[in-house]
Design a protein around this ligand. Structure first.
Ligand code: 5GP
Length: 190
């Protein structure tokens, strides 16, 4: 997605060889006009699945805004996995442990069984794809609910990390709007 690549080149900060900060438009301050374009792009990428997808699943916090705007295009609800030990979610939950290499911590995320069932056809949406841990955690929640994963929509994939290739090799459909192949002289290369 050209508009997104241009924005990444203009505003993203490479803060370590494998961590890219996009606080200017996505992860702290949010450019809603750009988010609307991102939502439409996901809607186009998964045009063939529009009739199937009946729920979007993401993870708090940075996935929520993106998922909500995309969900408006698909006219489906957003479900977000909550972090922490079933905080406010109750005990009747599907949970998964997700390791974050950016924070070097493992977090338990949970989704209430009330909102995910074997009838659901789910699109996962997240801001970044690195090693694929977040997607795997969400997929295991979907699998435990007996729901169907229809695909994964990612705003920024870091193609130099292993997640995208590994998930695709497993047959999971992953559509990324920008894929950073490498970082050269402190700038992302697509
Ligand atoms: P993964 O689970 O694929 O290893 O990493 C994806 C998750 O970690 C995303 O939910 C995202 O929030 C966070 N993440 C991974 N890499 C980056 C990065 O370079 N920048 C930012 N801002 N978040 C990242």
């Amino acid at each position: 997605m050209k508009l997104l690549e241009e924005r990444i080149l203009r505003d993203a900060e490479v803060i370590s060889p494998d961590v890219i900060k996009v606080d200017m438009f996505l992860n702290h301050q949010i450019d809603v006009d750009l988010l609307v374009e991102i939502g439409r792009e996901f809607y186009d990428c998964f045009a063939d699945k529009r009739d199937k997808i009946n729920k979007i699943l993401t993870i708090e916090a940075s996935g929520i805004g993106i998922a909500c705007i995309a969900a408006q295009c698909f006219s489906v609800p957003v479900l977000f996995a909550k972090k922490g030990n079933n905080r406010n979610v109750g005990n009747d939950v599907y949970s998964s442990d997700i390791f974050s290499f950016t924070k070097n911590t493992t977090t338990t995320v949970s989704v209430s069984k009330k909102y995910l069932s074997s009838d659901d056809h789910v699109l996962i949406i997240d801001d970044f794809l690195a090693n694929g841990e977040a997607v795997r955690g969400l997929k295991s929640i979907i699998d435990n609910a007996g729901a169907t994963l229809e695909g994964v929509g990612i705003v920024i994939e870091k193609g130099f990390q292993k997640g995208g290739a590994a998930l695709r090799a497993e047959g999971i459909r992953v559509e990324s709007l920008a894929i950073i192949k490498s970082v050269k002289d402190g700038k992302p290369v697509f």
